[in-house]
Design a protein around this ligand. Structure first.
Ligand code: XMP
Length: 539
């Protein structure tokens, strides 16, 4: 068992308008509800092996039709003793394909094949040391040190007490004699710990041992191959004459989606960029340079700055700001696309995690903290057929594809930026004057962080303009201006985050430049709150 995440609907098929197809010879990860199920899938793909995440009870015939080389069973917040706990198709265990059970996955394997699982004498959460008993085992080869010891990450309350017949232990810990076990003849392997998390240093090697060594999966999932497959799929979907429209937001996903579609159909793609005036400094120029001038794409720049500013006039409430921006974006996009003629297709940068999560909207809604208006995310009733070339890809794969397509690093490796833009980084009303001050301060933050070579190791770094006013002194005179906050966080996925321990000298440079170069700011503070309890953005 490990940290809770509710089981969701059937990933990859329900809610997927175009199913994500399995590359034959790859890996199927069966999702029993672990928060790490996606991470396992990503780790496999990092080995250049295609992997898909499927619901735990996928019928065995459906699973075999994908011709996987191996199957990995994820962990779960459930216990194998829960009567309504997730159980796979019973034919799984005899399907003949190599299986690796992780945590709940191995407990399920043990229990369903006649072994015994029970509550651990001592629960294990966090780091633990395993002692590999069979260093020549194909699964654990190279995972431990010279003495066969390895640091791993555990998160379980149940343990295997007696393995099923035919299984031999491969590693032990102080609290379990079955930290890893196998029935090699039946191609069944299991581990109690989590190889997918960074806290298990040998985890990558273990997964490689299983995926490449044992399952003999094909290592053909390279970025060149992804581009070639995507281009072929787009050409087949769109055909030889139809036109495609794409809303460019300035973010990585829409940029890479547009570049892929352009590679497939050239001038039959038209991109629309709505400049809502809430963008960072030089944003519109960058997009024009990259897409129109360098890549030669057809891009329509819509200047809607006044319209958005008018709509936001006097609005202070963060949710209200998001709603107005989302609504105006859709209106502008509809008006502009109508002017451009008729399009059968709309290209969108939907990613694999969105596809996987698309069935969990009901559970997510209950926990909603902010409305994340995907500006650029259009309503479903628009009369277009969707082209979603990134539907099978994780973010890091999208970046790799972007580079493969020749997009510059300034677009592909940029930090995330929220759809509602600077409007949710100005606390209080949004005015042209305040936008201009924030844009200048934000530019300085990013510029200094880039100069310090920290831009890529930080998830996001930006400025927030507060309405708080404070007294200062410059030369011989008194000043009275705004307090500006700097936020810089490290994160894996934006769901949790820690404030970045920026060097004091860097903070000093940022602060000095801002108070000197942005006249309305008299004081700079650094936000040292993690997420949770705070969020990354201030609004
Ligand atoms: P929070 O502030 O919720 O942000 O911790 C998590 C990540 O989401 C981004 N974010 C948004 N992205 N529309 C977006 O497209 C939004 O309304 C929005 N609000 C926050 C934020 O920048 C961070 O990366």
């Amino acid at each position: 068992m490990h940290p809770q995440r509710r089981l969701r609907g059937r990933a990859g098929s329900v809610g997927a308008k175009q199913p994500v197809d399995m590359v034959h010879g790859g890996i199927v990860v069966l999702d029993f509800g672990s928060q790490f199920a996606q991470l396992i899938t990503r780790r496999v793909r990092e080995l250049n092996v295609h992997a898909v995440l499927l619901h735990y009870d996928t019928p065995i015939a459906e699973l075999l039709a994908r011709k996987p080389a191996g199957i990995i069973l994820s962990g779960s917040p459930s216990s194998v003793y829960d009567t309504d706990g997730p159980k796979p198709d019973a034919a799984l265990w005899t399907c003949g394909i190599p299986i690796l059970g992780i945590c709940y996955g191995v407990q399920l394997m043990a229990q369903q094949l006649g072994g015994e699982v029970g509550p651990s004498v001592r629960r294990e959460y966090g780091p633990a040391d395993i002692q590999v008993s069979d260093a020549s085992s194909p699964l654990l080869r190279g995972v431990g040190d010279a003495d066969g010891r390895a640091r791993v990450w555990m998160s379980h309350g149940d343990s295997i007490i007696a393995p099923p017949t035919g299984f031999t232990p491969l590693a032990i810990t102080d609290s379990t004699p079955y930290a890893a076990l196998a029935n090699e003849a039946k191609k069944l392997w299991g581990i109690q710990f989590h190889p997918e998390v960074v806290h298990t240093p040998g985890g990558k090697r273990l997964l490689e041992n299983f995926v490449v060594g044992i399952a003999k999966a094909e290592q053909s999932w390279t970025r060149g191959r992804i581009v070639a497959d995507s281009v072929a799929a787009i050409s087949a979907q769109v055909g030889a004459t139809d036109q495609v429209l794409c809303a460019l937001s300035g973010g990585v996903d829409s940029a890479v989606a547009a570049a892929l579609v352009h590679r497939a159909i050239g001038d039959r793609l038209t991109c629309v960029y709505v400049d809502h005036g809430l963008m960072r400094k030089r944003e519109s120029e960058l997009l024009r340079e990259v897409f129109a001038e360098t890549l030669g794409m057809k891009i329509v720049m819509v200047d809607a700055r006044t319209r958005f500013l008018n709509a936001l006039d006097g609005v202070e409430d963060p949710e209200e700001k998001r709603k107005i921006i989302g609504r105006e974006f859709i209106r502008v996009f509809e008006e502009e696309s109508a002017k451009l003629g008729s399009f059968r297709f709309l290209a969108q940068g939907t990613l694999y995690p969105d596809v996987i999560e698309s069935t969990s909207k009901d559970t997510k809604a209950a926990q909603k903290i902010k409305t994340h208006h995907n500006v650029g995310g259009l309503p479903e009733d628009l009369a277009f057929e969707l082209v979603e070339p990134l539907r099978a890809l994780f973010k890091d794969e999208v970046r790799a594809v972007g580079l493969e397509l020749g997009l510059p690093e300034s677009v592909v490796l940029r930090q995330p930026f929220p759809g509602p833009g600077l409007a949710i980084r100005i606390i209080g009303p949004v005015t042209e004057e305040r936008l201009s001050a924030l844009r200048d301060a934000d530019w300085i933050v990013v510029d200094e962080i880039k100069k310090a070579n920290l831009y890529r190791s930080i998830w996001q770094s930006f400025a927030i303009l507060t309405p708080v006013r404070s007294v200062g002194v410059m030369g011989d005179g008194r000043t009275y201006g705004n307090v500006l906050a700097i936020r810089a966080v490290t994160s894996e996925d934006g769901m949790t985050a820690d404030w970045a321990r920026l060097p004091f000298e860097l903070l000093e440079r940022i602060s000095a430049r801002i108070v000197n170069e942005v006249p309305s700011v008299t004081r700079v503070v650094y936000d040292i709150t993690s997420k949770p309890p705070a969020t990354i953005e201030w609004e």
